[in-house]
Design a protein around this ligand. Sequence first.
Ligand code: NZQ
Ligand code: ZN
Length: 387
Amino acid sequence: MLDFNYMVSTKVLFGKNKIERLGEELKQYGKNILFVYGRGSIKKNGLYDSVTNIFSRNSIVYHELPGVQPNPRITSVRQGIKLCREQNIECIVAVGGGSVIDCAKTIAAGFYHEGDPWDLFLLGDSTIKKALPIGTILTFAGTGSEMNGNAVISNEETEQKLAIHNDVLRPRFSILDPTYTFTVPRNQTAAGTVDIFSHILEQYFSPTKDAFVQNRVAESLLKTCIYYGPIALTEPTNYEARAQLMWTSSLALNGLLSYGRITDWATHGIEHAVSAAYDVTHGAGLAILTPYWMQYVLSEETTEKFVEYAQNVWQVKGKNDLAVARKGIEKTREFFTDLGMPKTLRDVGVQENKLEDMAEKTVLYGDVGKFKKLGKNDVLTILKNAF
Ligand code: NZQ
Ligand code: ZN
């Protein structure tokens, strides 16, 4: 196990009606807030009214930034920073999924940055020293943004989708009420489940050999997705299924699985290049790419790890290691297909003549992947195989 410092500073308020604590939590951070949300789901399911009623009851003044899109744009971030400066905002409340939360985090950091917020994505994470406090009300299980210091933003002009990571971006509190995810449509529920699954794999497939506890925790979280993902699809209001997925999403990407070992993240790097160019749903992109990444990196050197995965997660048995490893990959593909996810890049509208450009963008700042290092040609082969 490698050395690490562990700090997960987000207060999690998990369960039904935890929103009642919102006013109390906000009092610590200020009375003048920016309220960030997406394109309407919270108005349809009544959450908008609940939140604004709580603001009014607690004499909280709020300014709205609505309309944050999936694969959130730097233009929304710029708009949010402007509002924060004009209105002397003290705290940001993000109500939505990963896109809304990531937009809020970038506004929080950009508020203290003198230049354009896109600089933060180019200059490196150490540029970020300070951020406005953020509270979140999660409506979608997937990214883990509710409990981590990451934000991913797209720049349409440069066709890039880049991430920042910094502990100052971790939400101060997150309200996780699984009932808010009852209205997430079937395809989005599936995409969220794949995203959680992929976060776990990106850390599980690690070059660090001694990570026994991290591996066993990861396998339990993977099995939770395998068990509860399909239930949430067929029974959208099944509280236990929604609750299990919600908590798994937070645990999958809050450091629990990554601290003490090196992690991979190549599949996410490639997917971000795809969704930057085609605005593909993040989880759908991952469902397509993950089995192809697995097939590409499976070699004599990596077979042992794939066998561990196939045996412990999918209960594959057999004497031939390579066959067992391959069966684990097949099971992964089947799981994503059964969730209704697309199988090829062609299925989501990607054009073949864009693959080269996406491969180039993936490795623009260096090779990707730590379990298996991938250069431009490797990425291009994976993209072509997945096409
Ligand atoms: O815009 P609204 O109307 O809210 O609709 C959203 C959106 O269309 C809808 N939705 C959310 N909650 C709902 C709901 N619809 C009905 N009922 C509800 N309760 O779902 C759609 C997708 O929402 P979005 O926030 O985009 O999904 P997700 O949470 O998957 O976020 C995806 C973004 O996060 C990034 C992805 O790349 C992508 O940009 N990621 C962020 C990470 C992080 N911060 O740690 C890590 C991830 O790997 C990922 O890269
Ligand atoms: Zn992801």
